[in-house]
Design a protein around this ligand. Structure first.
Ligand SMILES: [Fe+2]
Length: 144
């Protein structure tokens, strides 16, 4: 079994060295897959958390034009996060698992969220979350 994994690992590295693209369903070691999931989900979390302070300013923007600009920025960041969560899901992790990791701070360095004011919580079905701030609520739902 170990020899078989070693041969697969060799083929995998030769594919990378040859510049081939590795698809989520292709063989990769568990360690490599876990690392990819960790990196992509961390990036997704940072997009979602990054939009929270931006959202906090929407109600304080001095004009409708400025509010629209901030809304677009927040929407962009939510979209980036959702694309990244979807990419991580193709590697075999669920949105729920990633959300739990974000909220618990497990392996993420995001433990400060547990006591921070912004909070992300499930609002119902699969892939539906809301981020709440003291005076603003931002809802994000997966596209399909
Ligand atoms: Fe972004």
């Amino acid at each position: 079994m170990e020899q078989k994994d070693s041969a697969a690992e060799g083929r995998f590295h030769r594919r990378i060295e040859a510049g081939e693209k590795i698809e989520p369903k292709d063989w990769m070691s568990d360690k490599y897959r876990r690392q990819l999931i960790r990196l992509i989900s961390q990036h997704a979390h940072s997009e979602i958390v990054g939009m929270l302070p931006e959202g906090n300013w929407i109600t304080r923007a001095p004009s409708l034009r400025r509010k629209l600009g901030l809304l677009a920025k927040v929407q962009d960041e939510a979209g980036h996060g959702l694309y990244l969560y979807c990419a991580a899901e193709t590697l075999g992790v669920s949105r729920e698992e990633m959300t739990e990791q974000l909220l618990s701070g497990a392996g993420s360095g995001a433990g400060e969220l547990r006591t921070g004011k912004p909070q992300i919580h499930k609002t119902g079905g699969r892939g539906r979350y809301a981020a709440s701030l003291p005076d603003v609520q931002i809802k994000a739902a997966e596209g399909g």
